[in-house]
Each structure stands twice: as C-alpha cells, then as structure tokens.
Design a protein around this ligand. Structure first.
Ligand SMILES: [Zn+2]
Length: 114
C-alpha cells in the first residue's frame, strides 16, 4: 500500500521536527502532484493508525494536489495545465512539453503555541 509508506515517512519527518521544536504538532500540510497515486482519505487513515501513542497522535493532515505543468517550447513560459486551456499563457503556442509531476513534499507543520 503506497499510502502506508508515505504515512510512515511523514510520521518520522514530523516527529523529528517536533523533537527539534520541542512542541506538539497540530497539523501538517503536504503537497504532491496530481498524478501521484496518493488517496487523501487512505493516507489520513494510515497516518492516524501509526501515529497512535506518538507525539503526532491526533495530528491533522492536509493534502494539496498540484496541477500538472507545461513548458512552452517557443517562449519557455511555465504554466499550469488545465483541460479547458491547453496552450501557453504568454504566447498562446500549443507547442509545449509536460513537466514531471510534482514530488510529494512536506510543506509546513503547525505546532501548538503556548
Ligand atoms: Zn509561450
């Protein structure tokens, strides 16, 4: 299960950061590309299960899915691809290449403030 692997690496990354900050993490925001086969619900469920009894118990995970991007072969502009608008935003050329899907990233952790 892909989500379990992701949840495990998130848990260790967040735990390490919590130890450094000496605080209790409340929520974490992660992002990944649209093509990443991560299912938000399954990921949150998996995270909840393995976070039990750790500093991350009860932590809220937010997953942001980033759009696919294209790079114009004419002017080099990088833009978000949308189904309704698949040409360069700058020069309107339809000659572009697809950029690789965004990797899964831990964007931000919010800690309890005293
Ligand atoms: Zn262009």
């Amino acid at each position: 299960m892909h989500e379990m692997v992701v949840a495990q690496s998130l848990l260790s990354a967040i735990s390490a950061e919590a130890e450094k900050q000496n605080g209790k993490p409340l929520s974490a925001r992660i992002s990944c590309g649209m093509l990443n086969p991560v299912n938000d619900e399954v990921l949150c469920f998996a995270f909840e299960a393995i976070a039990k009894g750790t500093a991350c118990e009860g932590l809220k995970l937010e997953v942001e899915h980033k759009p696919i991007q294209g790079r114009c072969k004419k002017c080099g502009e990088i833009f978000d691809l949308e189904i309704s608008e698949s040409n360069c935003r700058k020069c309107a050329s339809e000659d572009f290449e697809l950029l690789p899907d965004a990797p899964l990233l831990l964007e931000e952790i919010e800690f309890e403030t005293e």
